[in-house]
Design a protein around this ligand. Structure first.
Ligand SMILES: Cc1cc2nc3c(=O)[nH]c(=O)nc-3n(C[C@H](O)[C@H](O)[C@H](O)COP(=O)(O)O)c2cc1C
Length: 155
């Protein structure tokens, strides 16, 4: 399966996790990890599974590297019908009111353009007990399993 891990980050945590997820999946799949700041929404491909990994910054906002992507989504208004994605969010529950706000916004942007979300959005808590990769690796495997049905390909 073709998988692209797209990450939005401010200080590098989501980037590191995206690269770890890619390394975990690459034995069985064609996987790339790409910063959202380097990705054009016009390039979404219906035969590729997208795993989005995004943190939260400021006051519940998208991190800096996801902001150009959000602006391009607004400007280009791409039709993402038939595009499948899963989303893993990073945040900190010390920011009670705005916990995991960035990935919530990113998921809304995708769904508003017609993309299909696979599975639930995971909200990792930097103040919680779980390591991000301990949640992210099983999540990625689950989404890949769902995608092999949705994309009509063998995993
Ligand atoms: C200045 C600052 C603001 C933050 N604001 C929020 C927030 O509003 N909501 C939230 O859930 N997490 C917030 N966080 C936590 C980050 O999302 C978390 O530390 C994450 O792991 C950062 O990942 P990154 O390095 O990929 O940007 C904030 C962190 C910092 C340092």
């Amino acid at each position: 399966m073709n998988i692209q891990v797209l990450y939005g980050t401010e200080t590098g945590n989501a980037e590191m996790l995206a690269e770890d997820i890619a390394a975990e999946l690459e034995a069985e799949h064609e996987v790339t990890a790409t910063n959202l700041s380097d990705f054009d929404p016009a390039d979404f491909d219906r035969g590729t599974l997208y795993l989005l990994v995004c943190s939260t910054y400021g006051d519940g906002e998208l991190p800096a590297s996801a902001q150009p992507f959000a602006e391009k989504m607004e400007a280009e208004q791409p039709d993402l019908t038939g595009v499948h994605f899963g989303i893993f969010g990073m945040g900190d529950s010390e920011y009670e009111e705005t916990f995991n706000g960035g990935p919530a916004t990113l998921a809304e942007l995708m769904i508003a353009r017609g993309a299909t979300q696979l599975g639930e959005r995971i909200a990792h808590d930097a103040s919680g007990a779980d390591m991000a990769e301990d949640l992210a690796f099983p999540w990625a495997e689950e989404i890949v399993g769902m995608a092999s049905d949705a994309l009509g390909q063998a995993a």
